[in-house]
Design a protein around this ligand. Structure first.
Ligand SMILES: Cc1cc2nc3c(=O)[nH]c(=O)nc-3n(C[C@H](O)[C@H](O)[C@H](O)COP(=O)(O)OP(=O)(O)OC[C@H]3O[C@@H](n4cnc5c(N)ncnc54)[C@H](O)[C@@H]3O)c2cc1C
Length: 321
């Protein structure tokens, strides 16, 4: 993206693109711009890297994009194919099945199957690639306001210690997630679609007494199903379970209780709870993805229920495109 040659461009800091948010979308964009020699910066409100497994599965086209960006070898090493599903009833194994069947009609890809990698690891690998290309994530830096003219965007950034500064850039990309400050600053509304989806908890847990060759599912627990998926490259499982709409963030004790009531495992089988989150699945789409010099990408522009495994993948494609 060439710098704006107008006189006002003189007043810009030496940055053409400011990326707000270092999730998978922002990191993918930062890597792509860095390898093309575009002067960009990426700021992240959190003080450190994200630690949850959240978006697990990389689709074939995402793997092709990651291959082009030079991170696919590392992701292959960090991940695994989707394991077969294992249904449990009354403490007994009751059938193995595939979540995704291979489609012989599908277009040929070097990466024909979904690849499982915990989201924190995908982000870590993208960040390592960014570092190798000479970039870096500025943690503890939150975008608090923005103003734009025809020539530039003025971004107000606030550090964790409360200090703030203003950065003038040619373009800004809001990759700042479902509650996007950038989208709000632009006054762009989300068109939401109601659905009958339940709130759910997700957690990264260590559990004894289960093999790591299956994605385990207990479909008939009191209060709903519970799933435990082995997380490649770790000794943990990702737990997902629908819960009540008012549940809120679960504590480790609640996670043990869910496992004890919905599976045949005792609460003591859970030896560690690493990360937990509570979410209400929804579908929503921003009215516009662009306002003059400011773009929206990833969850900031569109939100998907996690079941379809789309959110991270589509965000990566927004960035790559
Ligand atoms: C249980 C679960 C399972 C999922 N499974 C899948 C799956 O299998 N496949 C899939 O594709 N997707 C999946 N998803 C969805 C996926 O996790 C998200 O779509 C993805 O994280 C979106 O990436 P993003 O970079 O757009 O936004 P985010 O990951 O939300 O990142 C946004 C970043 O911006 C930062 N930020 C926010 N505001 C500011 C600000 N003002 N200034 C600076 N920084 C800011 C945040 O701290 C955050 O780091 C799942 C989600 C859940 C909850």
């Amino acid at each position: 993206m060439p710098a704006d040659p107008s006189p006002q461009a003189e007043s810009r800091d030496a940055v053409d693109v400011l990326i707000v948010g270092a999730g998978p979308t922002g990191l993918t964009l930062a890597v792509d711009l860095a390898r093309r020699g575009v002067r960009s910066r990426i700021v992240e409100a959190a003080d450190r890297q994200f630690t949850g497994s959240r978006g697990l599965s990389l689709q074939p086209r995402t793997q092709e994009a990651f291959d082009d960006l030079g991170v696919m070898d590392a992701l292959r090493e960090a991940g695994s194919p989707l394991p077969p599903m294992q249904t449990w009833r009354n403490g007994r194994r009751e059938g193995e099945w595939r979540l995704v069947e291979r489609d012989p009609q599908a277009p040929v890809s070097r990466y024909p199957v979904q690849w499982l990698v915990p989201q924190w690891r995908t982000q870590q690998i993208l960040q390592e690639r960014l570092l190798a290309l000479g970039g870096a994530v500025e943690y503890g830096t939150r975008l608090t306001a923005l103003h734009q003219s025809d020539q530039q965007v003025q971004a107000e950034l606030t550090q964790t210690d409360g200090s703030s500064r203003t950065l003038n850039v040619a373009y800004l990309v809001g990759a700042d997630g479902g509650r996007s400050t950038v989208r709000e600053a632009l006054g762009i509304r989300m068109k939401a679609e109601g659905g009958a989806l339940h709130a759910a908890v997700v957690a990264d847990v260590r559990v004894e007494g289960l093999d790591r060759d299956h994605w385990h599912m207990w479909p008939d627990g009191p209060g709903g199903e519970l799933l435990l998926c082995p997380l490649p490259g770790t000794d943990q499982f990702q737990l997902t379970a629908p819960v009540g709409d008012e549940e809120g963030d679960p504590c480790p004790q609640r996670i043990r209780e869910l496992i004890a009531t919905r599976t045949h495992l005792p609460p003591t089988a859970v030896t560690d709870v690493q990360w937990t989150s509570y979410y209400k699945p929804r579908t929503a789409l921003a009215e516009r993805f662009r306002d003059k010099r400011v773009f929206l990408a990833g969850d900031a522009a569109h939100v998907h229920p996690p079941g379809g495994g789309q959110g991270l993948n589509i965000g990566v494609h927004d960035a790559y495109n």
